[in-house]
Design a protein around this ligand. Structure first.
Ligand SMILES: Nc1nc2c(ncn2[C@@H]2O[C@H](COP(=O)(O)OP(=O)(O)O)[C@@H](O)[C@H]2O)c(=O)[nH]1
Ligand SMILES: Nc1ncnc2c1ncn2[C@@H]1O[C@H](COP(=O)(O)OP(=O)(O)O)[C@@H](O)[C@H]1O
Length: 393
């Protein structure tokens, strides 16, 4: 959670501050003041909003992971978000969006009854859609996912959920789940760190935004094993995914598999079976699941799952960006803007070291956004100012 500005009247504020650590952006009746108020690089990266009509600071909740606290430049992209470009960090870490009025921010404003803004980190290229796998306990979701991860370790990554349930004998913290306490998890949920959460079989389960984004950042396709309530929440979120429901061949077979697994007490098995009936009923909810898979013979089901995944035409187009070395330190500042592109200019000293003088940042194919990353950024180097002007015309 970010800094909360106290509500007090201000007679005037100096918005044209030369302080390179702070920017002021006017949007309608508000002024967004972004950055540190002093030269101390350890001080937090603050956001303050001034209501220009009443000349008061608005108490604001800041959601999302924050940019590194370096110097930056900022520009309004549209009514929904502000682009913030950090200097002195790697290019991969330098592009951020402060969402001020996106659908997510509007929803959070309603929920929290307070002014809300949210950070979303900009990421080059488009990732493949995550895959949500749901189905009753004991149907074989974990078995299918384990097979997929074993056969394609570099293609798929598992979204490690948080849960308040106790670990089973062979489960490893951080691998199968992040095992956590209820109050800590509830606190993180209230701070907007979770994409979805649900009470399942008497425990709290949830997918943190970081769990999904860290898999996608590695260039892998993310697999989520979540219950039907979670699938519904993800459907309603900004995360575009493919939704698969795994059914048992019969209820008796499901019961047998649950018992044979031997990981639950009789009481827990009964609870899981009762919930299974409700989940099976919901699998036909209109518009919820894209595919139903029957897990009768394991190998046949696995082959069908693979077919479904290769049918999807999501694609990684990381190759169509010019900048391959996103890890090198970047010292770019915003130079100008059009509808679809923003031109970034590098420090002279960095240009002498071989950095491109100008970069064109394409904004036309952005996807996602808070509470996760903003994807689909395209960056191209531009050889000269003349070309740069052509690029932004
Ligand atoms: N909504 C939601 N459900 C989850 C999450 N992680 C696991 N689940 C679901 O919680 C239920 C119980 O999972 P678990 O305790 O591992 O038992 P199992 O399904 O019997 O193996 C399953 O339906 C999972 O799909 C999560 O992050 N969010
Ligand atoms: N097609 C199948 N036929 C028979 N047993 C299966 C099949 N798929 C999974 N199993 C077994 O059923 C049990 C439950 O599977 P699991 O993957 O743990 O289910 P889930 O993750 O959906 O709760 C495990 O012991 C697993 O080995």
């Amino acid at each position: 959670m970010g800094e909360e500005a106290p509500e007090f009247r201000v007679e005037s504020i100096t918005l044209e501050s030369k302080d390179r650590h702070q920017n002021a952006i006017d949007v309608g009746n508000k002024t967004y003041v972004i950055g540190r108020s002093d030269d101390d690089s350890k001080s937090p990266f603050g956001i303050k909003i001034l209501d220009k009509l009443t000349q008061t600071w608005v108490v604001t909740i800041v959601l999302g992971a924050q940019p590194p606290s370096k110097s930056h430049s900022a520009i309004l992209v549209n009514d929904e978000k502000i682009l913030v470009v950090e200097k002195g960090v790697s290019l991969n870490d330098s592009i951020w969006f402060l969402e001020i009025d996106t659908p997510f921010v509007k929803q959070q404003r309603k929920i929290k009854g307070s002014e809300v803004v949210s950070w979303s980190k900009g990421v080059l290229g488009i990732a493949q859609k995550p895959v949500v796998i749901s189905g009753p306990s004991g149907v074989g979701k974990g078995t299918l996912i384990a097979k997929l991860m074993k056969e394609y370790p570099s293609k798929f990554g598992f979204s490690v959920s948080h849960t308040t349930r106790s670990p089973r004998v062979k489960e490893i913290d951080g691998v199968h789940y992040h095992f956590t306490g209820r109050s800590k998890m509830e606190q993180d949920i209230s701070e907007g760190k979770f994409l979805e959460f649900a009470h399942v079989h008497g425990n709290l389960y949830g997918t943190s935004i970081e769990a999904v984004e860290s898999v996608t950042d590695e260039g892998k396709r993310c697999i989520l094993d979540i219950d039907v309530q979670g699938a519904r929440s993800v459907r309603a979120s900004s995360l575009e995914a493919i939704f698969i429901f795994v059914c048992p061949p019969s209820f008796e077979e499901l019961e047998q598999r649950l018992r044979a697994r031997g990981t639950e007490t009789e009481e827990q098995i009964q609870k899981r079976l009762k919930n299974a009936r409700a989940e099976l009923d919901q699998s036909n909810s209109p518009g919820l699941f894209d595919h139903l898979l029957v897990n009768d013979d394991l190998e046949t089901c696995y082959e069908n799952l693979k077919k479904l995944l290769s049918l999807d035409n999501g694609h990684e187009d990381l190759d169509d960006c010019f900048i391959k070395d996103g890890k090198a330190t970047a010292c770019y500042a915003i130079l100008s803007k059009t509808e679809s592109e923003i031109l970034l200019q590098s420090d002279t000293s960095e240009v002498e070291k071989g950095a491109a003088k100008l970069l064109a940042l394409g904004l036309s194919s952005l996807t996602g956004g808070a509470p996760g990353r903003t994807r689909g950024l395209k960056i191209q180097s531009v050889n000269s100012i003349d070309n740069g002007l052509k690029a932004i015309r």
